[in-house]
Design a protein around this ligand. Structure first.
Ligand code: PMP
Length: 387
């Protein structure tokens, strides 16, 4: 199978897996049991890894919380801020095209009496297609807004959000900004200091690290002092009471190594994935007529490896079923809302039937030109068969 679904997950870099191994098998101490050398070794490894992560994202060391992944991080950020006992504000703003791990948290808050505003994005055809409408955001903000939660880069259409401008607006009203940066971290330089974003979520498996581990940082913005999080997991009081439970040194070392490698390789990865992505689009345009893009133009405000297209006459599911040797995804592969029709594509103003005819490709750093050529052949041949 040729793997072109790198927004769903990426393979673990072998260098990352090698670093992790020793912390699984030989140095297996509990990083919270530091009365002996085994525990202290593990604690030191965790601390050093957290420093690497903090330095890369440009936040203070003690503002990184290790979680099980971006789903947990999004839950902790949004519920944690909104449900903190000292939180006086009762309004949350998010966008219509967030990942379900944000939207479902927001909708549960709404059920519990919070005011929740979901702002829209510019429609397909607009120069800023897929970007949140800043006028809508400004109109929605008020002095009761506790938190704005807008993702950094979209997992389906790859659109990059104007995150620094969003932070500026949110802060003008005294609100905090959380950004689900799961698709951005490791693919773009994510600098919380420069952008003044207060909290971000990420998952290691999106940047060639292990699955089941992620992070939440809350030390980015100048508003850091105002970030108060109500923990979800209570127990042993690990991670400054914010997330109880024994940390996995292997996972933390793996995440830090993956982040360090991915960040140092951003330029090279961007160049390779962009070239392959552009080639994929060009070839598919030859094979499928007419073929339309979902989201922004290819080389503006879009993740370099992302391609999301609208087919003229075939459902994405049918194409995938006819082309089992290429891994790509139709609609929102990880959405719990509806397995077929993507809320992101419909958020662009497309119909449900158009959403069902949309597919996503994610090119990653391990994809090769030869592989891509083979995939294009298989995809074109399968399309010809079913159209
Ligand atoms: N947010 C975004 C933007 C994502 O792409 C994903 C993964 N599909 C998540 C959150 C959830 O990450 P995880 O499944 O690792 O918790």
């Amino acid at each position: 199978v040729i793997y072109l679904d790198n927004h769903a997950t990426t393979p673990c870099d072998r260098r990352v897996a090698d670093e992790m191994m020793v912390w699984l098998v030989e140095r297996f101490g509990n990083p919270h049991s530091t009365s002996h050398e085994m525990g202290r070794q593990a604690a030191d490894a965790v601390a050093a890894s957290l420093s690497v992560i903090a330095e890369t994202l440009r936040v203070p060391d003690d503002t990184v919380v290790v979680t099980s992944g971006a789903t947990e991080s999004n839950n902790l950020a949004i519920d944690g801020i909104c449900r903190h006992p000292r939180q006086k504000r009762r309004h949350l703003i998010t966008s219509t095209i967030e990942h379900p791990a944000v939207l479902d948290v927001a909708r549960r808050l709404r059920k519990d009496g919070f005011r929740v505003t979901e702002i829209g994005v510019h429609p397909q055809g607009h120069a800023l297609a897929g970007q949140v409408d800043l006028v809508q955001l400004e109109t929605a903000l008020d002095d009761d807004t506790a938190l704005v939660s807008i993702h950094w880069a979209n997992n389906e259409i790859g659109t990059l959000q104007p995150i620094a401008a969003i932070a500026k607006l949110a802060h003008r009203f005294g609100a905090l900004l959380h950004s689900d940066a799961t698709q951005a971290v490791g693919r773009l330089p994510v600098d919380l200091h420069a952008t003044d974003v207060d909290l971000i979520s990420a998952s290691a498996h999106k940047f060639y690290g292990p699955k089941g581990v992620g992070l939440l940082t809350f030390g980015g913005g100048v508003q850091r002092r105002r970030v108060r999080l109500k923990p979800m997991l209570v127990g042993g009081g690990q991670q400054r009471n914010l997330r109880s439970g024994t940390m996995s040194p292997a996972n933390v070392v793996g995440m830090a190594t993956a982040l360090r490698l991915a960040t140092s390789e951003i330029e090279a990865t961007t160049e390779v994935t962009r070239k392959l992505r552009d080639q994929l689009f060009e070839s598919l345009c030859d094979a499928i007529d007419p073929l339309e893009l979902n989201g922004s133009e290819l080389n503006s405000d879009r993740l370099a490896g992302n391609l999301n297209i609208l087919l003229p006459d075939v459902e994405g599911e049918a194409w995938m079923a006819a082309c089992r040797d290429v891994a790509f995804s139709s609609g929102s592969a990880c959405s719990s809302v509806d397995a077929n029709a993507s809320h992101v594509i419909m958020g662009l103003g497309r119909s449900e039937s158009e959403a069902r005819r949309s597919v996503r490709f994610g090119i990653g750093k391990f994809n090769t030109a030869a592989e891509l050529e083979q995939a294009i052949g298989l995809l074109s041949e399968a399309y010809e068969r079913i159209r």
